[in-house]
Ligand binder design. Structure first.
Ligand code: ADP
Ligand code: MG
Length: 370
């Protein structure tokens, strides 16, 4: 059953392939600063999409344009086929959850959640069961009559989510909702939110600067760079097939070596790096400056499989991370090279200063224009 009467996810509803939320050619500048640049985004019904990028890249600005709190200079925004670009915020049927909860401190939990319903003219009698349902959804039923100020941060954020959902918005927007919470609680809330939104089947946009958080919660992630979307993809594609060095570096870690193409053959290039030649699938002209990269878990110590890339490097530091161990490599200081290898456990005898052979498959090696 779908909670709160919200629409079912796209897969069940057989929704058309046109997005539920469609942002087209949207631009926004503040004075001379271009903060959103001709940005387009399409989100399917029931989909959970994150906007991920460093502070200042325009995530909140885009969210505010969608919420109607900010008017874009150019572009069009539609929800369920309706052009909402010129609609005021209160007529958009969009729920928003902010980082700082923005709850009313003088009201109880239930009053906070019921506030929006009352503002919509829903009667007290009709509001009560909906408030109770929203509270149950975020597992806060027993706290209904408490003042919100008596709640912990995590509980307040649950109330904020319930308050946004109770009005049955056609779109839920969340702006770094967990950034004020400590790490352990944040991780719990991420999984809880993902589960809740799937249950409700609502379309949601989630802003974060935390790549791990984006990987955990999202169906798809839009990686933003200076007011543009650099890549929009599911988490596995984003991690495994980043389209640029920017995305490679923003999502996950890697060993990354600058170099020059020295041979090209059958869609495989050979790159001369500071650690020697490395082969990768790719199409570049001989002489091109590139960077090759491999994800930490794609590297093994020793000879590896037949035909694997092999380089030798010195271990500079070892980080024990519990379920895995990271080796940091000593690389020539100049340039953008960096080296991280992850192993399930540290092999006997490897310590800072050890020289090791690293093996990684050609197919796992990525190459990007420098
Ligand atoms: N109301 C505003 N007036 C002027 N500049 C703004 C305003 N809002 C945001 N900015 C600027 O726009 C840029 C993007 O901001 P924002 O969308 O908040 O980024 P993010 O949420 O990705 O950290 C920043 O450089 C910020 O200083
Ligand atoms: Mg922001």
């Amino acid at each position: 059953m779908t909670a709160l009467g919200a629409p079912a996810p796209a897969a069940q509803a057989g929704a058309s392939s046109a997005g539920h939320l469609v942002v087209t050619g949207t631009s926004k500048r503040f004075g001379a600063a271009v903060v959103l640049e001709d940005l387009s985004l399409s989100v399917a019904k029931g989909e959970f999409v994150s906007l991920l990028g460093p502070s200042g890249c325009g995530k909140t600005t885009l969210l505010r344009c969608i919420a109607g709190l900010l008017r874009p200079d150019a572009g069009r925004i539609t929800v369920a086929g309706q052009d909402i670009t010129a609609l005021p915020a209160h007529r958009r049927n969009v729920g928003v959850v902010f980082q700082n909860y923005a709850l009313f401190p003088h009201l109880t939990v239930a009053e906070n959640i019921g506030f929006g319903l009352r503002a919509q003219g829903v009667s007290r009698a009709e509001a009560a069961p909906r408030v109770a349902e929203a509270l149950a959804l975020v597992r806060m039923g027993e706290h209904a009559d408490k003042p919100v100020t008596s709640l912990s941060g995590g509980q307040q954020q649950r109330v904020a989510v319930a308050r946004a959902l109770v009005v049955r918005p056609s779109l839920l927007l969340l702006d770094e909702p967990f950034s004020a919470l400590d790490r352990k609680l944040r991780e719990t809330m991420q999984v809880e939110l993902k589960h809740l939104l799937r249950e409700v089947g609502i379309t949601a946009i989630f802003v974060t600067h935390d790549q791990e958080e984006a990987l955990v919660v999202s169906d798809r992630i839009a990686v933003m760079n200076s007011g543009r979307i650099e890549q929009l993809a599911d988490p596995a594609t984003l991690y495994g097939r980043p389209v640029s060095l920017y995305v490679l570096d923003f999502v996950g870690q890697s060993t990354r070596l600058a170099g020059r193409i020295v041979a090209v053959e059958d869609g495989v290039v050979t790159v001369e790096t500071s650690l020697g030649p490395v082969r990768a699938p790719g199409r570049f002209a001989p002489g091109s400056r590139v960077a090759v990269a491999v994800r930490p878990e794609a590297v093994t110590l020793g000879e590896g499989v037949a035909g694997a890339n092999r380089v030798s490097a010195r271990v500079s530091e070892i980080s024990f991370l519990g379920s895995r161990t990271q080796l940091h490599l000593d690389l020539p200081a100049e340039g953008e090279d960096r080296g991280v290898v992850e192993l399930p456990r540290l092999p006997e005898g490897v310590q800072p200063g050890s020289r090791v052979t690293l093996a990684f498959r050609e197919a796992d090696t990525m190459v990007f224009p420098a």
